[in-house]
Design a protein around this ligand. Sequence first.
Ligand SMILES: [Zn+2]
Ligand SMILES: [Zn+2]
Length: 126
Amino acid sequence: MFDYPGPVEWRTQWRITIRWDHADNSPVGAVTLERDCRTPAELRFILGRARSDEHVVAFPYRQVRVLVGDEPQQCRAGHTYRGGSATRPARDWWPCACGGHLVIRCVCGDVMVTPVVGDDCNARAR
Ligand SMILES: [Zn+2]
Ligand SMILES: [Zn+2]
């Protein structure tokens, strides 16, 4: 996913499932298609297309929170996270109200938390 350059963050998206009456009537050649819409405008566009397609029998959608962006590639001391097991950092996950945080602990002791813990977060360091 190169659509989201920049720091890792939680984004609200919409996941829509489009169902056709028959695979032959679907542009994707399958009865169902699951698709993520990143913006309200994209969702409206997809909904409009689904409504105008007489072979579409249902198009339920729901809001989802997805983690987007590029993971950090090195710690603050400059150690790269790629490499052999001697330099590979430990990865952890903090459950949180925002959706969760990826925690990367470098062998040097540096700890990166991404996305950055914000005011609404209830994640706890363990
Ligand atoms: Zn380090
Ligand atoms: Zn959080």
